[in-house]
Design a protein around this ligand. Structure first.
Ligand code: MG
Length: 266
């Protein structure tokens, strides 16, 4: 099923199932029982497909990206959190922070995993049974606040408002039996600047879920950003950070395209 969350003409926010160019209402609980109805919806806006209780990020999880950072391959997944308030709807604008100023806002295309139900101590073998679906994410990062004024903690530089664009389509897990076979890329102003595939991950989606759930409850609806491939703006020569008017797209073959523009925080 291709699940979307939409706003309709009368302002209602609800779940739908995309079939061709039409969207049908989905009834029930996305994290319990749900089903597609035959009621046609008339969306005026696409929203981020879930409102997560927690957003996990995995750092340095593509071999080529670890190499461009000059980092050793990590022995365990490198985990950080992004604030749930950083969530951004598809087509909305990423805002370059100005109250706390950043001149180093960067993009990271990522495969996002949505957890289907509360889980703990999940084995690698069973981990994908706990995935509701997959969508596109941009792990927007202020490199100055992530790396230079942070005491080594990444969360502030990853958590400014609008720094977690997500969506628009949540492809249910039954349609993606192997999440390690997906081409992924970033397109900035029409130019491809990151291009890889999810098979280059150091820790697979199943290994990440097993690790995050070890002795720790992973809540239903949690979103896991599974890392970004090589080609971030910080490692370009000269560095290429986001600027007002930029148009940035995260594209994952078989899942969709997440498009956002860039503006200055008011
Ligand atoms: Mg990232």
């Amino acid at each position: 099923m291709l699940i979307v969350r939409v706003e309709t003409l009368d302002g209602e926010r609800c779940y739908g199932c995309e079939v061709g160019s039409q969207v049908f209402r989905v009834e029930g609980d996305l994290f319990g029982e749900f089903q597609q109805t035959d009621q046609l919806l008339h969306p005026v806006r696409r929203l981020a497909p879930v409102v997560p209780p927690a957003i996990y990020g995995i750092g340095l999880n593509y071999r080529e990206h670890a190499a461009e950072m000059g980092a050793d391959l990590p022995a365990y997944p490198v985990v950080f959190m992004k604030s749930p308030a950083s969530l951004l709807d598809p087509e909305d604008s990423i805002k370059l922070p100005r109250h706390l100023h950043s001149d180093q806002v960067d993009y990271e295309c990522e495969l996002a995993v949505v957890i289907a139900r509360d889980c703990k101590n999940v084995s690698v073998e069973n981990a994908l049974d706990y995935v509701l679906g997959y969508t596109c994410a941009n792990d927007v990062s202020a490199r100055d606040w992530q790396n230079f004024h942070s005491g080594g903690q990444w969360m502030k530089g990853k958590s400014f408002d609008t720094f977690c664009p997500l969506g628009p389509i949540l492809v249910t897990a039954d349609r993606i039996p192997n999440p390690q076979l997906l081409p992924i890329r970033t397109i900035l102003n029409g130019q491809i600047c990151q291009e890889s595939y999810t098979g280059d991950m150091i820790f697979s989606v199943a290994e990440i879920i097993a690790f995050l759930s070890a002795s720790s409850t992973l809540l239903a609806g949690s979103v896991i950003l599974t890392g970004t491939p090589a080609g971030i703006g910080m490692t370009a020569n000269p560095p290429r950070f986001l600027k007002p008017g930029d148009e940035i797209t995260v594209e994952i073959t078989g899942i969709g395209q997440l498009r956002n523009s860039v503006m200055i925080e008011e």
